[in-house]
Write a protein of this length. Structure first.
Length: 554
């Protein structure tokens, strides 16, 4: 990396965390994490280690109690989030980007625009994953993906790095390699904190310090090499040749000793408001001021929360999204094939229906089911893919890569060419097979309505995916939310026939407006062929039983 520099220490006093109003996860924790340390947060499942990590990282603060101090000063979250990076447990990444492209995107988003490409490439080369720069993410092993997830954050050289279960799912060799990388980061001046479930003895020895939780309380907070002597002094002895990490979990679970007694002893020896420093006790305060914003890590130079403008963020994110979509050739081929196949099927079903006075109901049916297909073809890919991308967005936005609006506009626009091309493919097949009006103006108006319909449907898919807690719920909600749109479109029930108390709901149905636009495009000022005998004045009458029960006279 880029050499030693001033480190940042974190202290927490009387820290608590409550959920659902009364369920307490953390109980009055006090401690310190010194600058330049590699710290392991340990404990059995449900002990509160992930919650403590999230609170210290600034990821969850609303339900927390107590104080968090940075070099003795109360934490300013806005500034703190520019200093700290958080690596989540699930290393969800864009699978079609190469490692080099991914790292360059991180550099472009997080460094001053005046920084040269050569300087950025030097930083990428210094991270330590040069052997897989040309591989796409989908080609990486589990250990390499974890290292990439860490590398994406450390390119900006943050003084604070938090990781949630970084060794989860890795074999012992990959886990050791990753922790050795974290240890080198700590030795160069960074403060690295990782929650870890059950490390091997070799892995455990790589950490400088460990904080062990049991039932939301601190059971031990001190150097790794002092674990066995400390518990021996508490009359709980670790067997010879036994993994100290396993021994700690056994103690926390009550398999060895009494956790309640040990928790009481720890609190008596380390009263709240004081912090353990090795075998000493010191008041939780520091005289060292906050470090100057590092030229790489905090990189803002008075530009606010982000080092580059929203417009530049949008350009970078749009380019990234385009690459990911274009390289996903399987999904693109499937979507194109579905539009061709369904276009042919619908075209055959309504073959040569034309715009005749006796065929208007069939024509309305053709346009309605065309809109239904275009809606599902836009909503479902979004609903199936966006929950995964949502996790990427949550991590990157938390770590101050970009703003929400830059991401949303880039995400929406990246799929826009496909949302234009696919409706054109579908309508070009089915429109002419069903003998719709062969006037260019009417055809392009129908196409415009179809394209706008797909854009609204995609936006609905993003809203549903964002609101749904799981992908399964999103898949259920997508078609269910479309039912009211279809019911109040005027196709199944004429709008004038809907009870007045419910008629206002038709204005919320984008199906209604798209269907109305398409029917007006093909029927306005269009003379229909007579089927029955003409009226006394020589004209014939054809009924349009569509979105508004409009009566057309030809």
């Amino acid at each position: 990396m880029r050499g030693n520099r001033p480190s940042v220490s974190i202290a927490y006093r009387h820290l608590g965390f409550v959920v659902n109003g009364n369920k307490r996860i953390l109980h009055d924790l006090s401690g310190e994490i010194k600058g330049g340390e590699l710290v392991a947060l340990m404990g059995p499942s449900g002990a509160g280690k992930s919650t403590l990590l999230n609170v210290l990282a600034g990821f969850r603060t609303r339900q927390s109690e107590g104080r968090v101090l940075i070099n003795g000063h109360d934490r300013d979250l806005k500034r703190y989030r520019k200093m700290a990076c958080f690596v989540m447990q699930d290393d969800v990444l864009f699978k079609n980007l190469t490692v080099a492209e991914y790292l360059m995107i991180s550099c472009n988003l997080r460094f001053d625009p005046e920084m040269t490409v050569f300087e950025k490439k030097q930083i990428i080369q210094s991270i330590g994953i040069a052997e897989c720069l040309d591989r796409t993410v989908i080609q990486l092993s589990g250990g390499q993906r974890k290292r990439l997830a860490v590398a994406l954050e450390i390119v900006s050289d943050p003084p604070l790095l938090f990781l949630d279960e970084p060794t989860s799912g890795l074999d012992s060799t990959s886990a050791v390699s990753l922790v050795e990388m974290l240890r080198s980061l700590a030795q160069s001046g960074r403060t690295v904190v990782a929650s870890i479930h059950q490390p091997s003895a070799t892995l455990f020895e790589l950490f400088d310090r460990t904080v062990v939780l049991s039932g939301g309380q601190i059971l031990y907070d001190g150097p790794v090499n002092e674990v066995v002597p400390y518990f021996k002094s508490q009359n709980v002895e670790c067997p010879a040749y036994h993994n100290p990490a396993d021994f700690l979990l056994e103690v926390a679970n009550g398999v060895k000793g009494s956790p309640a007694a040990l928790l009481t002893n720890w609190r008596n020896d380390h009263p709240p408001g004081e912090v353990a420093l090795g075998d000493q006790v010191a008041v939780c305060a520091f005289s060292t001021p906050l470090p100057t914003l590092f030229p790489y890590a905090l990189h803002s130079r008075g530009r606010g929360l982000y080092p580059i403008s929203v417009a530049d963020q949008f350009k970078i994110l749009l380019k990234r999204a385009f690459k990911d979509v274009i390289r996903d050739t399987l999904l693109t081929r499937m979507r194109a094939g579905a539009h061709v196949a369904v276009g042919i099927i619908i075209g055959v079903l309504y073959l040569h229906q034309g715009v005749h006075s006796d065929k208007i109901p069939s024509v309305v049916g053709y346009y309605f089911f065309s809109l239904l297909f275009l809606m599902l073809a836009s909503v479902m890919p979004t609903v199936l893919s966006f929950p995964i991308e949502k996790e990427i967005f949550a991590r990157e936005h938390l770590n101050n890569w970009y703003s929400v609006k830059a991401y949303y506009f880039a995400k929406s626009l990246s799929d826009f060419p496909f949302q234009v091309v696919f409706p054109i493919i579908y309508m070009s097949i089915s429109y002419w097979m069903t003998d719709q009006p062969s006037e260019a103006g009417r055809f392009f108006k129908v196409l415009a309505a179809a394209v706008l319909h797909t854009q609204v449907a995609q936006a609905m898919g993003i809203v549903i995916s964002t609101a749904a807690p799981t992908p399964q719920v999103a898949v259920f909600m997508a078609p269910m939310s479309s039912i009211p749109m279809m019911l109040f479109s005027g196709f199944f029930v004429l709008i004038n026939g809907i009870p007045i108390a419910l008629r206002w709901l038709t204005f919320l149905s984008y199906f209604r407006f798209t269907l109305q636009a398409m029917l007006i495009a093909i029927l306005k000022d269009k003379k229909l062929d007579c089927v029955g005998p003409p009226a006394s004045d020589g004209s014939c009458v054809g009924e349009y039983v569509g979105a508004q029960g409009l009566l057309l006279v030809c």
